[in-house]
Design a protein. Structure first.
Length: 453
């Protein structure tokens, strides 16, 4: 406790760090206030059906990432997810399209061009999602909920549609701008931090709901609630191990004498991450797994059978089994396209480096590829386990809202962003010769999920 208080004092002493933290908190406050501003013409007292619809499934995840704005028909209802979708599309294009590959190699000018294209794509994606959101919202609200903007009692006017679409697009762009401001003048990656704040905003309500449900006569009591908390802490610790886990490969650099100066002759280490793909495999697999649910949504649930019935049950065996297999496959795929052993071996050879006991060149590339394959297997299996944890704890009687915090995309994002932010704070402290946040002074950041802004 004494060390914690001393660390807080040291943070306050560093003017730049103090200003960045206060600036970040101010931006977060603006974001949270905006999530409670309901769309013009919508009665906030008539949103019970919309909130019930977002208690589980895909809409539940979207509502979590938006910090509850989706179910509250807020001006920030679509949140930052259209920008995330646009960023993922651009990343995939950068792996396959020569034009984007060229931009990635052009440094700062190329990065600005990519950001500009990402923003345009964000507007297009939001433009498609906004009408779908409005249509779904209207179907969930009683006619009198939007009468101020209706041409008739049951049909919203064209003005309502156009104005609401513009507001939703503007809301997403404003959130994107807030994230960029945090990245430039605040602390941490702004976009990732906004997603994390949205996830954390739902935690107190889910925790309170689970507590009161356990206090009921058939709920299991306080002991069962404490067991759930202990399991949650264990899962969080395992996620931290997954995010920080690395395999260090020693690299020896040969001595070189240029003029009167000596270069090389030292041993360094290449940190190969156990989970180099981060949270991307879960995002890809989840997007594909929701296709059967989307198709099933147009049919009566009682009439579903066979394939659709099996893959419409998010707590079912076949859904989670296939989901886990897809995550393992996508982990290998994403690791293969993001880490190039041949390029790493070539760079080491150019700089006079070699792995002890391994010949430079092709043999080094094969060695690195073998190491990556071996460490990716346990990493991918554990990533799949984390992804299906919400379904597993749901079968144990945990409420749907609270179960979402036991794994999946939300928990990995939360853990990764927190570690990354703490790493930046620790860097400021160590740079000014203060003690870090930990005794070792080595908090590792993450690449679980990061979107440049």
């Amino acid at each position: 406790m004494k060390r914690f208080i001393e660390t807080i004092r040291n943070i306050y002493k560093i003017e730049e760090l103090r200003q960045r933290i206060l600036y970040t908190l101010g931006i977060v406050l603006i974001y949270r206030l905006g999530s409670f501003v309901v769309l013009p013409g919508v009665d906030p007292n008539q949103l019970a059906n919309l909130k019930h619809q977002t208690e589980s499934g895909l809409l539940g995840l979207l509502d979590m990432f938006s910090g509850g704005a989706f179910s509250q028909a807020s001006i920030f209802a679509l949140g930052i997810m259209p920008y995330i979708s646009a960023s993922i599309v651009i990343q995939l294009l950068g792996m396959a399209v020569p034009y984007f590959q060229k931009l990635q190699k052009e440094g700062e000018s190329g990065r600005r061009k990519i950001n500009q294209i990402t923003r345009y794509l964000t507007v297009i994606i939001t433009g498609f999602q906004a009408p779908a959101y409005i249509g779904n919202m209207i179907s969930q609200l009683p006619p009198e909920a939007i009468t101020p903007f209706s041409s008739t009692v049951t049909t919203p006017s064209t003005f309502f549609w156009v104005s609401t679409i513009v507001i939703l697009i503007s809301g997403t762009l404003f959130i994107m701008w807030l994230g960029e401001r945090i990245t430039d003048k605040g602390l941490g990656n702004g976009i990732s931090l906004i997603i994390m704040i949205g996830i954390i905003a739902r935690l107190p309500f889910a925790l309170a709901s689970e507590f009161f449900s356990r206090m009921e006569q058939q709920g299991g009591g306080l002991v069962m609630f404490l067991i759930e908390i202990v399991i949650l802490i264990i899962v969080i610790l395992l996620c931290i191990m997954l995010v920080q886990g690395t395999r260090r490969v020693p690299v020896q650099y040969a001595k070189r004498i240029v003029g009167n100066k000596q270069y090389g002759g030292v041993r360094q280490y290449i940190p190969l991450k156990v989970n180099a793909a981060g949270v991307m495999p879960i995002i890809f697999a989840q997007a594909l797994m929701f296709l059967p649910i989307t198709i099933a949504g147009f049919a009566q649930s009682e009439s579903l059978s066979g394939f659709l019935a099996a893959f419409s049950n998010m707590n079912g065996f076949w859904y989670n089994f296939v989901f886990a297999l897809m995550i393992i496959a996508f982990t290998y795929f994403y690791t293969a396209i993001t880490i190039n052993p041949n390029q790493m071996a070539e760079d080491m050879k150019k700089n006079g480096g070699f792995i002890p006991g391994v010949k430079p060149g092709k043999k080094t590339a094969e060695f690195l590829d073998t190491i990556m394959s071996r460490i990716t297997l346990p990493g991918s299996i554990f990533l799949a386990f984390v992804a299906i944890m919400p379904s597993l704890v749901g079968l144990m009687g945990v409420s749907r809202q609270f179960a979402q915090f036991y794994g999946g995309t939300s928990l990995l994002i939360l853990v990764g962003v927190v570690l990354d932010t703490l790493q930046q704070i620790e860097s400021h402290l160590l740079m000014r010769h203060y003690d870090g946040l930990t005794k070792s002074g080595r908090i590792k950041g993450r690449s679980s999920f990061s979107v440049s802004g």
